[in-house]
Design a protein around this ligand. Structure first.
Ligand code: TPP
Length: 378
């Protein structure tokens, strides 16, 4: 059996100070260590995909970070692992349990994933090692994996079977509840704007703000109107720009604006609870709500029944604003900020004709952002 404290201390000692995950009983002791350590900032994610995206945000800003999950949760994480971590070349440690390990008695719901865990990692081109239950071997495997992450600048997984780590008695740091934020409706009822009008306006704002732009036409329009160093086009990982923003805002003093779509925001609504709970005060979450999946042909979303600003305020954002013109947007942006704000802005569907796509790779766009904001590469 491996000493949880010794192994985790080796990880922390190697500079891994940021972690996010969703629990698994097989990783319970390790997660308890991270949640109790003063040397680790741990974000309890509501979904493994969000954990990956939150860690991705921290990694982009230069922090050595680890994501922890049950192998059932690998299914939830496939999308950001393949469409965020890989295209942006993000080095990170993924620790996954191995429920349903063939030959070990486990529940029926773990059987298939237990057989498929390594094949799934292989399919995603994520190198892995099965952690030894012998302590010295497990420690040397850890240092080999960390060296590989940094040398090859990629995600590497450690697969942990049940009963590998010993139990620890550390007391988890409590999650601090945040009080409900205020909600203000600044709408005027006038004609709705086009997305490009809002993006032009936002682009003319302070260039010292990181702008993380959701997948689809929003990023393409921002690219077309103002391809600035502050922009990061989150080309994949639909719905996870907000979790990415959370991890980044927790890792840099720079203001971070997430420009989201209604379809994307709906896809990962649990992220609102995470942002509300961890509350980075320099995070602005702008949801451009055209009532449609505009980028894929304008199919209707169900955003009519999603009062994003009120939900965000209830989740602990300092404030939620509903605005429908640029004056309202400016008022919301200028309001004193005691924590994250969400600005819900209904807009017209439709986009520019002949919309280009970013002419730089995700890695080039990230390199530019890092240079501008002084984010160190790990
Ligand atoms: C996980 C996932 N599901 C579906 C898609 C296809 N897709 C790309 S953009 C998009 C629409 C996004 O809608 P919304 O966030 O409302 O933004 P809009 O296109 O309206 O600007 C969809 C469904 C995808 N890229 N990823």
């Amino acid at each position: 059996m491996v000493s949880t404290a010794r192994w985790a201390q080796a990880l922390v000692g190697a500079g891994y100070g940021f972690a996010s995950g969703v629990p698994c009983s097989s990783l319970g002791a390790l997660q308890k260590f991270f949640q109790s350590s003063d040397d680790v900032e741990y974000v309890a994610a509501t979904n493994e995909g969000q954990a990956v995206a939150t860690v991705a945000g921290a990694v982009m800003a230069g922090r050595r970070s680890v994501v922890l999950m049950q192998n059932s949760g690998l299914g939830n994480a496939v999308n950001p692992l393949t469409s965020l971590v890989e295209p942006f070349g993000l080095p990170m440690l993924l620790i996954t349990s191995w429920r349903g390990k063939p030959g070990m008695k486990d529940e029926p719901q773990h059987e298939r994933m237990g057989q498929a865990t390594h094949a799934l990692l292989d399919a995603m081109d994520i190198p892995w090692v099965d952690l030894s239950a012998e302590e010295d071997t497990a420690l040397s495997q850890l240092s080999d994996v960390l060296a590989r992450i940094e040398a090859e600048r990629r995600c590497v997984a450690i697969v942990v079977a049940d009963k590998t780590f010993d139990k620890i008695a550390n007391a988890e740091k409590p999650v601090v509840g945040r009080s409900r934020g205020r909600f203000e409706d600044l709408s005027t009822g006038g004609d709705l704007l086009r997305r490009i009008d809002v993006l032009r306006h936002v682009a003319a704002e302070d260039p010292g703000i990181v702008r993380l732009c959701t997948t689809g036409k929003t990023g393409r329009e921002l690219f077309a109107t103002d391809d600035a160093e502050s922009n990061l086009y989150v080309v994949g990982s639909m719905g996870l720009a907000s979790s990415l923003g959370l991890g980044m805002a927790l890792s840099t003093p720079a203001a971070v604006m997430v420009i989201d779509g209604d379809g994307a925001a709906l896809m990962h609504m649990g992220a609102l609870a995470g942002i509300g709970t961890y509350g980075p005060r320099h995070l602005i979450h702008l949801v451009l709500d055209n009532g449609a999946y505009d980028s894929t042909g304008g199919q209707a979303t169900i955003s009519l029944n999603a009062p994003f600003a009120e939900i965000a305020a209830a989740c602990g954002y300092a404030a939620g604003f509903r605005v429908d013109d640029l004056a309202g947007l400016d008022r919301a942006l200028a309001a004193p900020r005691e924590g994250p704000v969400l600005i819900h802005m209904p807009i017209r569907p439709g986009s520019m004709d002949d919309l280009p796509r970013p002419d730089k790779t995700p890695m080039q766009v990230l390199a530019r952002l890092r240079a501008k904001f002084g984010f160190q590469e790990i």
